[in-house]
Structures are given as structure tokens and as C-alpha cells.
Design a protein around this ligand. Structure first.
Ligand SMILES: [Zn+2]
Length: 440
């Protein structure tokens, strides 16, 4: 009925689209300019540092440009914001290669898991991850958690919505029926905990594909029984080699990696033959297993803290009888396997298994102390928590050493951790991607 008005509306609509496109272009330009504008240089002065080869260098400066390290020098004479590092020792941001986020050392994790709502678990995971960061762990690898909360949290941190560490995640761990990760509930009671159940080659392939689809960086497989699972024994093999092979193949096809919870000798060897990238725990390693790991470049993430704290606190503190009993049976063997592998030159990465009983987020550096007490050189304990951890995570081009062009992930302690590894339990300064999260 009213063509001129319609035309006017059309014109107005057209103009508004044009305008918004121009505005959009203008806006994008503004964003890039302002990003350039906030990209600031910071000079950290008056510090010692541990370099990429584990050498202790005195009286250095580090120039940070935006999110990256620009230069390490003795003479930083540029005009930029300066932070006096009080003579502290600066190291690369630490990496904990084995944590679970929704728990924080409760004596009986399974009860806590059954009671918490998934959103509650996610909020707890956020607090725990933040405590890892403030303790100097600028990167963590999450090895199984509920309902993809690790994937969601990783994304929220990457998008700048929340403060937290850099994360590599596995989604849910894959376990066999009745395996480590199966909750052993009565028929009719369904609950999806840290794990999903799969049996046989086809189900394993599908389960791995599903984890990868949901955002897993690692596929986590339960190759043997464990300490914290009621119905199995650490020594028993669980997934067969052919079952693991297909899941690992799927991870590798996607450019990702695979890790096996593997405690008993046979299960460890099955996982290695199937192509695994890391053995978690590795309690019963014989010489052949050690040799196989060495030949194939498989990492060992021993998680000494898990066993140590169960033994230390015991049944009196509410830890289930079965976990205490199994810990007592395997503890000596665990340490001797770890030492055998380390001395033979197997690649090691530091992981705590934080969330297991009394193994708390924020106290992750206890693991380095246990490693050194077991006979690891302090410099190697530090490498396992920085450079070698980054290699396991496939992030060594980005993090793990203090070098130009790497992310400015740095921590500082008072004194020389090569002389006293426990200094890492008291981190004074935390920077992640050029942003300071702690300085005392
Ligand atoms: Zn674990």
C-alpha cells in the first residue's frame, strides 16, 4: 500500500548495513591498534636464573615483550617498565603433568564425586587450578575428570574469562568394565565419574574418537588396576594391547597423544607395545620395561606424591582401607622402579596426581622434594618440571625454558633451588604470558 515508505525502509536498512560494515572494519582496525598499544615491554632486573641447560646464571635481566620473552641479557638498557626482582632466582613456569581438578585431597574421593553436582565440581576445579597457578604451576595436564569440566575450564582460561594455568586435558579416562575408573556401582545405578567404560577394539576406537571430539588433548587409558579403585589390584593388566592400539592410533591420527595409567609390569608393556606416549605411575617396572620405554622414548610420570600421602595419613585420616593396604604393598617397589628408570635414562616428567588423598593443589612442589629424596639430581627434578614436561605435553616450542620467543611463563624463588629443592614450595613470583599473578 505504501511503496515509498517501504523503499525508504529499504534504503535505511541498506545504509545501516553499509554503515555497520564500515564500522566493523573500523572497529577491527581499532582493536588491532589498541592491542599493539597495550603490548608493553617489561624488564625484570636484579635476578639470577636457571637457563635451558640447567645452569645457574647470576645477575641477569629478562626483557618481556607482550606475552613473550624478548631477551635475556646482563645489560638491559631500554626504556620500559622495570620490576626489581630482589635477587630472586627465576625459573620457567612449572608444569605438573598429572592432576585431577575436581578433587583436592579429600580422604575418599569417590564419596565426594558421588555427592557433588557437576557445576559444584567445576567451581572446585577452577579454585584448584588457580591454586596450582599461584604455586608456580603455570601449566597443568589434567588426566581425567568429570563431564568435560577440564575442557570447559581450559577454554574459559584461554579466552581470558578466568585466571588459571595453561592446560592440556584428557576429558574422561577410558576404562574397561570392572577396571580402574569403573565405579563398581550396583546394577541400575549409573554415574559417570572420571572415566567412561569401553570394551573391545570397536568400543575403544569409538571412545577415543569421542574424547577427541569433545576436546581432549590426550587420550587417557587405564592399562592396569590401581590403588584408589576398590575392586582391582595395581598389578593386574586391564585393556589388551589391541584395544589400546586403536585408541592410541586415533589420538595420533588427530595429532594428539595418549597416556596410560599403568602400574603392573604386563599392563605397562602392553601399553608400550601399543604405542603409548607416557606411562603414568609405572609401579612395577622391570629391566625389560625400562629398556622398552627408553627405546621408544616413552615418558614416565611417577606421581610419587599420591602414594606418599596415602601412606603418611593412613586409615586414621579416613582413607579407605583398600587404598592404604595396596599403598603399603607397592610403595617400596614404586620408588625402586622410578629410580631404575631414571638411572637408565628413561625420560621423566613430573606429575603429582593432585586430588588423591591429602595430595593438594598448591602443594604440587612436594613431588620435586620426593624425587630428590629418591635420588634424582635437583637439576633433573627441575628439568622434569619444566623442559621435559613441556616436551611430554608437545608444547616445547612454546614453554618449558627461558629463551627468546617463548611465552613469558616465569616463576621466582628466594635462593638457589639447585641447592635446596624445597624452595620451590614457596614461590614468590608468578608470571604467565607476561602477566604477573603473584609477587611477594
Ligand atoms: Zn591420576
Amino acid at each position: 500500500m505504501n511503496p515509498p515508505a517501504t523503499s525508504l525502509i529499504d534504503v535505511a536498512f541498506f545504509i545501516s548495513i553499509e554503515f555497520s560494515q564500515v564500522f566493523l572494519k573500523f572497529n577491527i582496525k581499532m582493536i588491532s591498534i589498541s592491542n599493539e598499544g597495550v603490548r608493553k615491554m617489561i624488564v625484570l632486573k636484579n635476578l639470577n636464573l636457571i637457563d635451558a641447560n640447567g645452569n645457574f646464571l647470576e645477575d641477569e635481566s629478562v626483557i618481556v615483550d607482550g606475552t613473550k620473552i624478548k631477551e635475556i641479557t646482563k645489560n638491559a638498557s631500554i626504556n620500559a617498565e622495570t620490576i626489581d626482582m630482589k635477587g630472586y632466582t627465576v625459573l620457567p613456569g612449572l608444569i605438573d603433568s598429572h592432576v585431577h581438578l575436581s578433587g583436592n585431597g579429600e580422604p575418599n574421593m569417590e564419596i565426594a564425586m558421588l555427592k557433588d553436582l557437576l557445576p559444584t565440581a567445576t567451581l572446585k576445579a577452577y579454585v584448584n587450578a588457580k591454586n596450582d597457578l599461584l604455586a608456580g604451576f603455570t601449566t597443568i595436564r589434567v588426566m581425567g575428570d568429570r563431564g568435560f569440566l577440564d575442557v570447559a575450564l581450559k577454554k574459559a582460561i584461554e579466552e581470558g574469562m578466568l585466571n588459571g594455568p595453561r592446560m592440556r586435558v584428557s576429558g574422561q579416562a577410558i576404562s574397561m568394565t570392572g577396571g580402574h575408573g569403573d565405579m563398581w556401582l550396583a546394577p541400575g545405578i549409573t554415574y559417570s565419574g572420571f572415566g567412561v567404560i569401553a570394551d573391545g577394539v570397536d568400543e575403544l576406537r569409538k571412545a577415543a574418537r569421542y574424547q577427541l571430539k569433545m576436546g581432549a588433548d590426550f587420550v587417557k587409558l587405564m592399562a592396569t588396576g590401581g590403588v584408589m579403585s576398590e575392586g582391582d589390584e595395581p598389578g593386574s593388566p586391564q585393556f589388551n594391547e589391541d584395544e589400546m592400539r586403536v585408541a592410541i592410533e586415533e589420538a595420533h591420527k588427530a595429532g594428539k597423544k595418549a597416556a596410560a595409567h599403568a602400574q603392573g609390569t604386563e599392563g605397562i608393556k602392553n601399553a608400550i607395545r601399543a604405542g603409548i606416549d607416557s606411562i603414568e605411575h609405572g609401579i612395577f617396572l622391570d629391566d625389560e620395561a625400562v629398556q622398552m620405554m627408553k627405546e621408544k622414548g616413552v615418558f614416565l610420570v611417577a606421581t610419587l606424591s599420591a602414594v606418599f600421602n596415602i601412606k603418611k595419613y593412613g586409615k586414621e585420616a579416613g582413607i579407605p582401607d583398600y587404598a592404604v593396604r595396596k599403598t603399603e604393598e607397592i610403595m617400596d617397589q614404586h620408588i625402586s622402579s622410578f629410580v631404575r628408570a631414571y638411572k637408565a635414562g628413561v625420560k621423566i616428567a613430573m606429575g603429582t596426581d593432585a586430588a588423591t588423598p591429602f595430595n593438594k593443589h598448591g602443594e604440587n612442589a612436594q613431588e620435586l622434594e620426593l624425587m630428590v629424596n629418591a635420588g634424582v639430581k635437583p637439576v633433573d627434578a627441575i628439568m622434569a618440571t619444566t623442559k621435559w614436561g613441556a616436551e611430554l605435553l608437545g608444547m616445547d616450542s612454546k614453554i618449558g625454558t627461558l629463551e627468546p620467543e617463548k611465552e613469558a611463563d616465569m616463576i621466582a624463588v628466594e635462593g638457589n633451588p639447585l641447592e635446596d629443592i624445597t624452595l620451590l614450595k614457596n614461590v614468590k613470583f608468578v608470571m604467565k604470558s607476561g602477566k604477573v599473578y603473584k609477587f611477594i
